[in-house]
Design a protein around this ligand. Structure first.
Ligand code: NAP
Length: 291
């Protein structure tokens, strides 16, 4: 069993770290808001008082925080305490450029880094069925792979440093389109007076079906706007997608539209809600401007 650390016990990180404990690994956790460590401590993880203790107790350190600057911050705080060849595996969604920079920075100090963003949502993290897109070196991937299997049904090395995050950009473009399809379709059905539960059930089982219909459809029916995946995080990922697309000359017309519609929730201070709240935005649009 491996000596592993986990930093960032949010919606995704907490259940992932829980799977590592249950798989029998020697797990040390740290979270900025210390109270979130308690359930992991009760489950058998060592709770670090200071972030610097995590790499001291670990051969592989997993991070799952929020944005580029947050990953730079937590890695910088751990770097001075890490022994040579410690492997940092970042499960946050960042820009591909951030991942490449981190890999180069750590390599200069004799440390290893692999970008490893995940997909499958909070439900996938809880069920241990995530997919992990990895960018880095073969030997680092082979070190981390058996450990990540505690919470992933599928892991794949997709290229060198940054390639995992580039794959995640492609993923988020598709997720945005599927979200729009779900919300626009259900908003139309609602205005047409169709029974929403029946609409969701029948459409989910046919050509319109998608992960969004399966997992976000019920949230819309219940008016449950808790994340899941927040509008704030979705728009963060879109910003990374726009930067990457500009660099390579790719067009993202659908993503621009979904980002614009989600910005209506940001303007109302509602960007901690699930992205499924896009349904309410579309329901509130004037037909004259959009048909
Ligand atoms: P979350 O619930 O907001 O959790 C974020 C975690 O990062 C919290 O533990 C937070 O600490 C910590 N954190 C943020 N900034 C930090 C900083 N500067 N220093 C130290 N700790 C910091 O977010 P999440 O939904 O778990 O998402 C985590 C990452 O996974 C994001 O990059 C997201 O885009 C990605 N992701 C999310 C999903 C999803 O469905 N939720 C799916 C795939 C990928 P505090 O507890 O102190 O706030």
């Amino acid at each position: 069993m491996a000596r592993v650390g986990f930093v960032g016990l949010g919606v995704m990180g907490a259940p992932m770290a829980g799977h590592l404990v249950r798989a029998g690994h020697d797990v040390t956790v740290w979270n900025r808001t210390a109270a979130k460590c308690a359930p992991l401590g009760e489950a058998g993880a060592r709770v670090a008082d200071e972030i610097g203790e995590v790499p001291v107790a670990s051969d592989i350190v997993f991070t799952c925080v929020s944005r580029n600057e947050d990953v730079f911050g937590v890695v910088a705080a751990m770097m001075p305490h890490a022994a040579e060849d410690t492997l940092f595996v970042d499960h946050s969604t960042t820009s591909p450029e951030t991942a490449r920079d981190l890999q180069a920075d750590l390599a200069e100090r004799g440390l290893r880094f692999m970008d490893a963003p995940v997909t499958g949502g909070s439900m996938g993290a809880q069920a241990g069925t995530l997919t992990v897109f990895c960018g880095g070196r073969d030997e680092d991937y082979e070190r981390a792979r058996p450990v990540m299997e505690a919470y992933a049904k599928r892991t794949r090395l997709v290229g060198p440093g940054g390639a995992g995050q580039t794959m995640k950009v492609a993923n988020q473009i598709a997720v945005g389109g599927a979200l729009l399809g779900l919300c626009e379709s259900l908003a139309f059905a609602s205005k047409a007076g169709l029974d929403l539960a029946t609409t969701r059930e029948l459409l989910a089982g046919g050509a319109a079906g998608s992960w969004a219909f399966e997992h976000y459809g019920p949230k819309i029916l219940n008016g449950d706007w808790t994340p899941g995946f927040s509008v704030k995080n979705q728009r963060k990922d879109f910003a990374y997608a726009f930067d990457a697309a500009k660099e390579m000359g790719a067009a993202l017309p659908g993503t621009v539209l979904v980002d614009f519609l989600l910005s209506k929730l940001t303007e109302q201070g509602l960007d901690d809600r699930t992205t499924a709240a896009l349904y309410e935005v579309i329901l509130g649009l004037e037909s004259a401007s959009w048909t």
